[in-house]
Ligand binder design. Structure first.
Ligand SMILES: [Fe+2]
Length: 344
């Protein structure tokens, strides 16, 4: 009996604490979120946020660049309170376009490591992904693999594929090389890489993995979560591709694997700043992070949350130690260099 009462007291105290942490229970406030994410599990999290805080969430879903353009056109009249988009390069662009405002909170400081947010707090990472080597184990021996820099070696002639230079993931990878190597060395790297391409860049990240399996190339540079998506695809051919290829995290003994984030910022003209911050706090919380990251087979940003079992099976890895805002700061130069050296 005593034990039951104690359990009940602990339950009451813990639920009250969880509710108080996010405040405003029972309010009729609502916020508008512009997001490029479209996962069913996200809706459950927004429902949970409403349950905890009483704040309703209106979702506007579209492609990231369209949301940015829309917010920019709406200006002060924009109904957006929070913008959620992928890639630090794109988040930086939104910041430069004056679409975000800088916000701080003790909870965000605790949940989001410095490495995964804007240096001036205009946006915070929500999930992390790595841009890795995906290779065919019959045609590549793992002992051949080491670094992004090594992909310029003549031994890779006609064996590598990745998507076009118009793609922001490759622009951010290029920006990271500029930050790490300097402009001239990064230009030489891109030149050598393009010389080893098996074909003119085409298709999305998934198409690169498919082309590796079909024999077009031996190694693709692509994002980790697409392998997770293919392994869990309703298309049996994608499952075969996911099961056939292997993942390699480059630069483990040097500068670390190139990573990127999806992230969120409070809209510059939000009329509901406190509520907007509460949502980002919730999305970075232990309770939300696991399912939020798992929805797209990404890594949680909150270090106290374990990644999905599939991601854990790929092993842990060292990440590039550069501020993610640099990916945005170098993006114009990255695009210029890629065009100049003929990365189509
Ligand atoms: Fe993607």
């Amino acid at each position: 009996m005593k034990k039951t009462i104690l359990t009940l007291v602990i339950f009451f105290v813990s639920t009250t604490l969880t509710a108080c942490q996010f405040g405003n229970v029972g309010s009729d406030k609502s916020i508008t979120v512009y997001t490029e994410r479209h996962y069913d599990t996200d809706q459950l999290l927004y429902d949970r946020f409403t349950e905890l805080t009483g704040i309703k969430v209106n979702l506007i879903r579209d492609e990231a660049d369209k949301l940015i353009t829309r917010m920019n056109n709406e200006g002060e009249d924009s109904p957006a309170d929070v913008l959620i988009i992928a890639d630090a390069g794109r988040l930086h662009r939104a910041k430069e376009m004056d679409l975000f405002q800088s916000v701080t909170s003790d909870i965000l400081t605790e949940n989001v490591p410095n490495h995964y947010k804007d240096t001036n707090n205009f946006w915070y990472g929500l999930t992390m992904r790595a841009r890795v080597f995906v290779y065919h184990p019959d045609r590549v021996n793992v002992s051949e693999l080491s670094t992004y820099e090594d992909l310029t070696d003549p031994k890779w002639k006609g064996r590598i594929i990745t998507r076009t230079s118009t793609n922001i993931y490759n622009q951010s990878l290029m920006s990271s090389m500029i930050e790490i190597m300097g402009e001239e060395a990064a230009r030489a790297w891109a030149t050598g890489l393009v010389q080893n391409f098996a074909r003119d860049p085409q298709g999305n990240d998934r198409d690169q993995a498919k082309a590796v399996v079909s024999g077009v190339a031996d190694l693709a540079i692509m994002n980790t979560y697409y392998i997770g998506r293919m392994l869990n695809s309703s298309d049996p051919n994608e499952v075969i591709v996911g099961e056939t290829v292997r993942i390699f995290f480059p630069n483990q003994n040097t500068t670390g694997t190139h990573i990127n984030v999806s992230g969120a910022g409070v809209a510059k003209y939000s009329q509901n700043v406190d509520e907007a911050i509460q949502l980002i706090e919730f999305l970075t919380s232990e309770e939300a992070q696991r399912s939020y990251a798992d929805a797209n087979y990404e890594y949680p940003i909150n270090p106290s949350v374990e990644p999905h079992a599939l991601l854990k099976s790929w092993g842990s890895f060292n990440v590039q130690d550069i501020p993610l805002s640099k990916l945005g700061e170098h993006s114009v130069l990255a695009i210029i260099i890629m065009n100049e050296i003929g990365w189509k």
